[in-house]
Design a protein around this ligand. Structure first.
Ligand code: UDP
Length: 476
């Protein structure tokens, strides 16, 4: 308990956009439910908290610790957006050096937190929590299917390697299988001989050994995988509280929690353009915050979009000078002129949540990053999936095969779709009410119901808050 009588919790986000926004949404919810929270960040990540701190000046505080230096991380870099996905291993290892300063902060605090909620990329914090004598709760910014895949992979590394190109998961609901190169890269790249890689593996193993888990997902989306995880963990402290972006949007102005887009003028242009399009007629194309398709992929996509004759908004990230030289994210010559009026290209950051929420948008060519998936579900928009790396193959399988709410249009990091085939799938998917579109709308209704009063996600949140409220300092 804090001096104010509120239960005090420590929240430790992982510094990558897709991880940070949802845990801040969760923090917002915990504050609304009467908890006192300290958020642990390094200095360069503090500005991401500003809107949240303004919203909850008395119940959310920060502890700001210097980012520990690491030989592979350029000085001044404290967030994955500034180093790229390959930097995860180094950032995880660098942050593990915060253990001693955190113990020092905790032991000199007059009312130390009674629990730690930390991102699933910070599994090493289970050992920290043991040292502090408090329970650790894993925050998954992704889903229960992925957590189940990870739970199996990290405990069966030999089976991952020895299989004949296909990896089977006999233990999981529906006994799924994946091509070897579709297993999350963080597992495939593991090297026992590398101490940094071993820290990562032990960290991942610790996630389902922690006191509890919170997911940015919902029971409706992944009921069987939640049941599986509860069985594996041997208790029911597995909470599905998402989609968190929806709870954030319901509880406050969306921009207040860190989703504000600096390009207000260009946002307005896109919205005005969409206003002029018939309902459900526009396809939105975006591959998340990091990915730039290569030259061949850009050409095939551009050609597919041209052939489809469908209206579209394409968010094209701008690469570095070298990436542009190598053709990454480069549009074919004359493309914009040829599709003018029917298609709009956004160069740089697109207001994705606003675009997906516009009634003119009916489809979304997506890499199936978990945040994009949830945003599409909340908008009731059909996903045309093109998983490329990381957890995206797992997410795409859940959506297309388990749930039938998505259509796969391509697969693989370097895969190049056939433009004629792509154009055909796009135009068919965007015409009329396909079964996938109907199911996507049903799923949207379920997502709203889940976070609404009496819904499964709001009940799980209440249960989590109740459990946290019963904790006493010093209990493991
Ligand atoms: N996003 C956005 N505009 C862009 C690109 C991405 O708003 O131009 C947001 C998107 O709404 C989502 C996040 O960035 O919230 C991407 O997260 P996701 O998990 O889908 O993919 P990642 O970037 O982690 O691969």
């Amino acid at each position: 308990m804090s001096t104010s009588g509120k239960t005090h919790i420590l929240v430790f986000p992982y510094p990558a956009q897709g991880h940070m926004l949802p845990i801040l949404d969760l923090t917002h919810q915990l504050a609304l439910h009467g908890l006192s929270i300290t958020i642990l960040v390094t200095p360069k990540n503090l500005p991401n908290l500003t809107p949240l701190l303004h919203t909850h000046p008395s119940s959310i505080q920060t502890v700001v610790l210097p980012f520990p230096p690491h030989p592979k991380i350029p000085s001044g870099v404290e967030n994955i957006k500034d180093i790229g996905n390959h930097g995860n291993l180094y950032v995880i290892n660098a942050l593990a050096n915060l253990q001693a300063p955190i113990v020092h902060w905790f032991s000199s605090h007059p009312n130390p937190p009674v629990a730690l909620i930390s991102d699933f990329f910070l599994g090493w914090t289970l050992h920290l929590a043991h040292q502090l004598g408090i329970p650790r709760i894993t925050f998954y910014s992704s889903g229960a299917f992925l957590a189940s895949v990870f739970h199996y992979c990290w405990r069966n590394l030999d089976k991952m390697r020895s299989s004949s190109g296909i990896v089977h998961f006999p233990d999981l609901p529906r006994s799924p299988s994946f091509k070897q190169d579709q297993v999350p890269s963080v597992v495939r790249c593991h090297k026992e001989s590398d101490p940094e890689s071993e820290l990562l593996r032990n960290s991942m193993l610790a996630n389902t050994e922690s006191w509890g888990c919170v997911f940015n997902s919902s029971e409706d989306l992944e009921a069987e995988y939640f049941a599986h995880l509860r069985a594996k963990m041997g208790h029911s402290r597995v909470y599905a509280v998402g989609p968190l972006s929806l709870t954030a949007a319901e509880a406050a102005d969306d921009s207040s929690l860190g989703r504000a887009n600096p390009n207000k003028d260009s946002d307005a242009n896109v919205m005005t353009w969409l206003d002029g399009c018939p309902d459900g007629s526009v396809l939105y194309v975006c591959f998340g915050s990091q990915k730039l398709p290569n030259r061949q992929q850009m050409e095939a996509l551009a050609s597919g979009l041209e052939r489809s004759r469908v209206r579209f908004v394409w968010a094209v990230k701008t690469g570095s000078a070298q990436q542009v030289k190598d053709g990454y994210g480069v549009l074919p010559d004359g493309f914009e002129e040829r599709v003018g009026g029917r298609g709009l290209v956004i160069k740089g950051w697109a207001p994705q949540v606003l675009i997906l929420g516009h009634k003119a948008v009916g489809g979304f060519v997506s890499h199936c990053g978990w945040n994009s998936v949830l945003e599409a579900i909340v908008a009731g928009v059909l996903i045309l999936g093109w998983p490329m790396e990381a957890d995206q193959f797992v997410n795409a399988k859940l959506l297309a095969e388990d749930m039938g709410v998505a259509v796969k249009v391509c697969e693989g990091d370097n895969a190049v779709p056939d433009p004629a085939e792509l154009g055909k799938v796009i135009s068919e998917s965007m015409t009329g009410e396909t079964p996938e579109k109907v199911r996507a709308k049903e799923l949207r209704d379920k997502a709203f119901a889940a976070v609404g009063s009496g819904g499964s996600s709001s009940k799980h949140l209440d249960e989590l808050v109740k459990e946290l409220g019963q904790l006493k300092a010093g209990r493991k």
